[in-house]
Write a protein that binds this ligand. Structure first.
Ligand code: ATP
Ligand code: BTN
Length: 242
């Protein structure tokens, strides 16, 4: 499958750009920018997006089966990107629930999936990813430890990386639409940065400590505490190592 790519020097957010042009889009169409003035993460958080050194990429996809078929989508995107990067030599790159890529416990990339539509009616998805490529001093303003591809052992032309990611995402999304999350779960566990490690969940101003035990069939996080294993759904929860 192929698609069109809009290349922009400057934009508020590549996700927002696709949203603003959604009526004109076909599955697989994408947008990249050199610089974002309002790059966003989950729940309105900022994605630090300096000029020129990183990748800011968004792709449009139409889910024929509706929003109900999107369960676990952001995890699948994380898996696909991680596999592409590992094939380029980034063997220590892992996924962090629900939407990040980590290199040695530092945040290397983030995925933001924005979903429009209703259950069981065709839905539209904007899949955004921000990948740090080089070590820009201008990445300041990030409140957590972060990494970049060069540190993770990868040097690749940004255009080539973009092409690889888009082609892999398109083919894996077709697979995901057929099978759902089920065929990706064992892959997630192979790549999970925190599997069987002590973590804390931050829920509002509360913290829950436990051992991460991977994900369930709906992509919920499994956390083991003294009370047993509980599932946590994506929402207002942040996972951290401890
Ligand atoms: P969660 O575990 O809830 O996803 P998160 O803190 O990683 O938590 P996100 O909304 O996923 O939150 O991502 C936004 C966060 O990512 C920012 O608050 C910041 O800490 C971090 N961040 C922002 N820009 C970058 C960047 N270029 N590289 C790495 N990390 C970044
Ligand atoms: C996160 O970690 O919460 C996700 C960050 C996603 C950042 C990317 S950069 C390209 C696209 N455009 C945005 O505004 N956000 C995503």
């Amino acid at each position: 499958p192929e698609g069109r790519i809009k290349v922009l020097a400057l934009v508020d957010s590549t996700n927002q750009y696709l949203l603003d042009n959604i009526e004109t889009l076909r599955s697989g169409d994408a947008c990249v920018a050199e610089h974002q003035t309002a790059g966003r993460g989950r729940r309105g958080r900022e994605w630090v997006s300096p000029f020129g050194q990183n990748l800011y990429l968004s792709m449009f996809w139409r889910l024929e089966k509706g929003t109900a078929a999107a369960v676990g989508l952001s995890l699948v995107i994380g898996i696909v990107i991680t596999q592409v990067l590992r094939n380029l030599g980034g063997i220590d790159i892992r996924v962090k629930w629900p939407n990040d890529l980590y290199y040695r416990d530092k945040k290397l990339a983030g995925v933001l999936v924005e979903l429009l539509g209703k259950k069981f009616k065709p839905a539209q998805v904007i899949i955004g990813m921000g990948i740090n490529i080089n070590n820009p001093s201008s990445n300041k303003g990030i409140e957590q430890n972060w990494s970049h591809l060069k540190e993770a052992g990868i040097t690749i032309d940004r255009n080539k990386l973009t092409a690889l990611l888009l082609s892999e995402l398109r083919s894996q999304l077709i697979e995901f639409e057929k099978t759902g999350l089920s065929t990706f779960i064992s892959k997630w566990h192979e790549l999970d940065n925190y599997l069987n490690r002590p973590v804390k969940l931050i829920v509002g101003d509360q913290q829950i400590q436990g051992i991460a035990r991977g994900i369930d069939q709906h992509g919920g996080l499994l956390l083991e505490t003294e009370g047993g294993i509980k599932t946590y759904q994506v929402g207002d929860i942040s996972l951290r190592g401890r």
